[in-house]
Design a binder for this molecule. Structure first.
Ligand code: SF4
Length: 325
C-alpha cells in the first residue's frame, strides 16, 4: 500500500473520503462521477442499470450458464488513481500512475453513489474502473470483505487483465466474487501489443488460472473481448477463441471499443460484432454482446480519464507507436 494513502482504522466519514467534483449523465442514463481524494488525486466511477427497462438488457436468454444474473444497478469503481499497465487502447493507461486506493476509498465510491442517486435496490459492484485491481490486491480484498457485509451490495465482480500469481490468490481469498478476464486477443503476439502485461502473463497460463477459479467456485468466468477494427475481429480470431475457451468454464462478453481521440484504433460496425458472436455461438461458445455504456460522457470501456490527465494523454498519444498488426 502506498504510504500516502493511510489505512483508516476508526469510523470513517465517507463523505470526506471521496468528494464528488463533477458528475456527467449520459443519454443512456449512466452517470460518471469524478471524485477527489483526500490528497487531491482524482478517480472516476460509473453508475448504470442493466436490464429492467428492456433497452439495455444483456441477451442472456441465448445462453445457458450458471453465472449469476447481471441485471440491475451497477457501480464500476476505480481501484487505483492512474494505472501503470499501459494498455494501448485505454485512456486511463495514458495517464501517470499516482497511487493505489485504500479499501475504504473504493467502498466509499459505492456508498456515496448510492446516497447521491438515492438508490434503494441492491447494487452490483464491479472493480473495472481506473486501475488494475490485481495490482492492488491486498486493498481490493479488504474492500471485497467490507462490501460483502454491506446490505446495499448484491454482487461483487472483479475485472482484470490477468496478473499471476495474484489471480490464484483471488481464487483462494475471494470465493464470493465473479471474475471477468479481459482477453482481447487470441494470440500472445497481438495481446502483448495491446496489453504489455501479457509478456509476463501469457494467454495459456492465464486461462489455466481462470479455469482453477471456475472449478474451485463452480462459476463460469466472463471473458471480455474488446473488438478493434482490423486487429482482432476476423473469423480466424473467432475460431481461435473457440479453441482456447472451454465452454464448461467460460462465456464470452463482446465489447465495442469507445473511441479515444489520438489512439490508433477504430470501433467495429455492429454487423461485425454480430457476425463474430454468431460464429462463437455456432462453435459452442456461450457469447453475449455487452451494450455500450456512457459513450457520450467518456465513461465507457477504456475511456476513464480525469480532466487533469487529458494534456498528458495528448502528449503520450502523439509519441510514435508500434504497429499493432
Ligand atoms: S485497461 Fe485497465 S489495466 Fe489497462 S491501462 Fe486501462 S485501467 Fe489499466
Amino acid at each position: 500500500m502506498n504510504p500516502s494513502s493511510p489505512r483508516h482504522s476508526g469510523p470513517i466519514d465517507e463523505a470526506l473520503l471521496v468528494v464528488p467534483v463533477e458528475q456527467a449523465t449520459s443519454s443512456d442514463g449512466s452517470t460518471k462521477t469524478l471524485w477527489r481524494l483526500h490528497d487531491g488525486n482524482q478517480v472516476e466511477s460509473l453508475s448504470f442499470t442493466l436490464g429492467g427497462d428492456g433497452s439495455t438488457a444483456v441477451p442472456d436468454e441465448r445462453i445457458a450458464t450458471p453465472v449469476r444474473d447481471s441485471r440491475g444497478h451497477v457501480v464500476c469503481v476505480s481501484s487505483q488513481a492512474g494505472c501503470n499497465v499501459a494498455c494501448r487502447f485505454c485512456a486511463t493507461g495514458l495517464q501517470p500512475m499516482r497511487r493505489d486506493l485504500t479499501a475504504e476509498e473504493m467502498v466509499a465510491q459505492v456508498r456515496r453513489t448510492r446516497v447521491l442517486e438515492e438508490r434503494t435496490t441492491p447494487t452490483r459492484v464491479i472493480f473495472a474502473g481506473m486501475g488494475e485491481p490485481l495490482l492492488n490486491l491486498e486493498e481490493v480484498l479488504r474492500a471485497v470483505s467490507l462490501l460483502e457485509s454491506d446490505p446495499g451490495v448484491a454482487h461483487i465482480s472483479v475485472s482484470t487483465m490477468g496478473v499471476l500469481p495474484a489471480l490464484d490468490t483471488l481464487t483462494e481469498q475471494a470465493p464470493s466474487v465473479d471474475l471477468f478476464l479481459s482477453l482481447h486477443a487470441t494470440t500472445d503476439e497481438v495481446r502483448t501489443r495491446l496489453i504489455p502485461l501479457n509478456r509476463a502473463n501469457p494467454i495459456a497460463e492465464l486461462l489455466r488460472a481462470a479455469e482453477r477459479f471456475a472449478r474451485a467456485h463452480g462459476r463460469v468466468i466472463d471473458v471480455s473481448y474488446l473488438l478493434f477494427n482490423g486487429v482482432n475481429d476476423d473469423d480466424a480470431d473467432a475460431d481461435r477463441l473457440i479453441g482456447l475457451l472451454d465452454p464448461r468454464y467460460f462465456r464470452v462478453q463482446l465489447l465495442l471499443w469507445n473511441d479515444v481521440p489520438g489512439l490508433p484504433f477504430s470501433r467495429v460496425e455492429e454487423d461485425v460484432v454480430e457476425r463474430f458472436r454468431d460464429r462463437l455461438v455456432a462453435g459452442g461458445l456461450p457469447t453475449y454482446i455487452m451494450p455500450s455504456k456512457a459513450r457520450d460522457i467518456d465513461g465507457g470501456c477504456g475511456q476513464m480519464l480525469t480532466e487533469a490527465a487529458k494534456e498528458h494523454r495528448v502528449n503520450r498519444a502523439n509519441k510514435a507507436m508500434l504497429p499493432l498488426v
